[in-house]
Design a protein around this ligand. Sequence first.
Ligand code: SOE
Length: 377
Amino acid sequence: MRKLRLGMVGGGQGAFIGGVHRIAARIDGQWELVAGALSSDPERARASGLDLGLAEDRIYGSYAEMAQAEAARSDGIDAVAIVTPNHMHAGPAIAFLEAGIHVICDKPLASTLEDANAIADAVEASGKQFILTHNYAGYPLIRQAREMVRTGELGDIRIVQVEYVQDWLAEETSNKQADWRTDPAKSGAGGAIGDIGTHAFHLAGYVSDLKAETLRAELDSFVPGRRVDDNAFITLRYAGGAKGALWASQVAVGHENALTFRVYGTKGGLVWRQENPNELRFTRFGEPAQTLTRAGAGSSETANRTTRTPPGHPEGYLEGFATIYSEAAHLIRHADQGVALPEGCETPGIQDGLAGMRFVSACIVSSNDDGGWTALG
Ligand code: SOE
């Protein structure tokens, strides 16, 4: 089976997430990067393409040129990875979908709900695959937790509690990563809720298998002059009666990338921490807590399918991200070549992206209404 050909929009010299996507795409050997419009500055785009060893005729000065040229080649890209700031997702996503090319897009889906809806319309019209890199859904123990919830090991879910807290924006900071994330014209109206709250919201739904219906939110910008939120406390009501709480913060001093998930049902509870992702704490009511380990004793089929090394050899962020890329490859081979989809290939897509954008909008509406209950739509 040939490798799938990947193009990239964004991710040039000095970028962060583009490099992560490239490593993730390589880990399972399913992809090769062959083309790029790596920067909106043509000189940087060219220098970045040469750094990555791309052929000169596949280093493009703009995404529009790249979409057209790649669609016309017999060896054109199978998919494009969009790793630009949020306000630059819709343009390329729609251009590549219209050119008949599958899209893998960084989160959140867009900077505005209008852009998000336009991307969703283009996905539908094109019939192409759209994968959104909510990469935390790629961890083996997250897959195991999801399966445990689905098979009833926790009983009826009552409480979902998720927090995603960092401290890197605790002061006014200016650098390439901070600048666009704190500029509402680029990030969208959500700050911490868009950047990391959407990951937490997605993970809560992914593991609990529940749909959030309404929320109330209190958003703050603690750093003077900041134009987007840097701290969010959110309460959620899920279909079926479960209750949720979500805390997203980029000013929680002492926390680096502390994404923690807790879910409690009538029969048991689970706790997972992204900074120690090879362990899942499971307690059956009335029994001592157990530590389940990635690929260890009792590891589920679903978890085993998304892991690579034996227990005790830590896997983490890059491998979880790689699972999303490998599942993207499965979805594309299924769509284009009729190859059967492996079991448990449950990758975030356009609907998750839309849900994330509705979450951001509802948080802003609720917070402006002094924390009033707001439907998620
Ligand atoms: C910065 O807050 C950031 O890089 C996010 O943008 C990513 O989505 C998250 O995975 C790590 O933190």
